[in-house]
Write a new protein. Structure first.
Length: 157
């Protein structure tokens, strides 16, 4: 069976404004973010205003309005990580990448996100790059990890 594209997924919920968030999630799963064009397609299909769709996209932090970087960094700011220096790690990441949380580097290589818990408190402070966990972080270890991923072409290498 062929893969379904974003258009098919949007049409599955045609005329169902109660499916707005689910439809946007499906759009983002397919393309990695919700573009302005996708917002308009969702609004048209569900029969609601573009303003309502855009309001939901910009209100919820789970939605991205720009393509994510090749490597997504998720820094834990949970209690254990916070106590053990996650603020220093965040400052290092922002300084090295020259971006803030929620942004993507100009070259499209890294996106930076924060999470409240990665479930690896014994490794605090900890971050994930794509699906790889890196713990007991120091500013120097962060710099080494960034250099490794900068040399990789994609998330699975």
């Amino acid at each position: 069976m062929p893969a379904r594209d974003t258009e098919d997924r949007v049409e599955d919920h045609a005329g169902r404004p109660d499916q707005l968030i689910r439809t946007l999630q499906q759009v983002q799963e397919e393309s990695g973010y919700v573009s302005e064009e996708s917002e308009q397609r969702v609004a048209d299909a569900l029969g609601i205003s573009i303003g309502r769709v855009h309001g939901v996209v910009t209100f919820y932090h789970l939605f991205r309005t720009r393509p994510p970087g090749r490597h997504t960094i998720r820094l834990c700011l949970g209690t254990a990580c916070h106590v053990l220096g996650a603020d220093r790690i965040l400052a290092t990441l922002e300084d090295e990448l020259r971006i803030s949380v929620g942004q993507t580097t100009e070259d499209g290589l890294f996106s930076l996100e924060i999470v409240r818990c990665l479930g690896t408190c014994s490794l605090a402070p900890v971050m994930m790059v794509n699906e790889d966990v890196h713990g007991r972080l120091t500013p120097e270890k962060v710099r080494r990890v960034l250099r490794i991923y900068a040399r990789r072409k994609g998330p699975s290498e």
